[in-house]
Design a protein around this ligand. Structure first.
Ligand code: THU
Length: 132
């Protein structure tokens, strides 16, 4: 497990606050400047207030400065890939083009599935649609 992006997602997963689902998730983003930003899911006793790992990683990225995501890794336990939820696909699309690579890995960093954002969110609505 030598890929720093995979390592970041696997490590972030262990920081998750997921006492309700017990489903720990880590996400890591590599930006166009090479920087890496990670997040974990943070659940809440008021269930709908929980936040996905991808959203946490995006917040960390925005706080640090970069705005362009080149690659995404999502880490969860088991052999079934943890694909991003619908809302997170759209959140990622704000900062990533359709060609961005998305890899789903297990808790050890083993790649379970590889995709592009376009495959996960076809015909997406992005900032370009508003002229940005
Ligand atoms: N979750 C994520 O953090 N990212 C995903 O891609 C899918 C699901 C979280 C939300 C919730 O805390 C737990 O996993 C179970 O749904």
């Amino acid at each position: 497990m030598t890929d720093p992006l995979v390592n970041a997602a696997v490590a972030a997963r262990l920081r998750a606050h997921a006492p309700y689902s017990r489903f720990l998730v880590g996400a890591a983003l590599r930006c166009d400047d090479g920087s890496v930003h990670a997040g974990c899911n943070v659940e809440n006793a008021a269930y709908p207030q929980g936040v996905c790992a991808e959203a946490g990683a995006i917040s960390a990225m925005v706080l640090a400065g970069p705005r362009r995501i080149a690659e995404i890794v999502i880490a969860a336990r088991g052999s079934r890939p943890c694909t991003p939820c619908g809302g997170c696909r759209q959140k990622l699309r704000e900062f990533a083009g359709p060609e961005a690579r998305v890899r789903m890995v297990d808790e050890h960093g083993q790649v379970l599935m590889q995709s592009t954002l376009d495959e996960l969110l076809p015909h997406s609505f992005g900032p370009e649609a508003l002229g940005f």
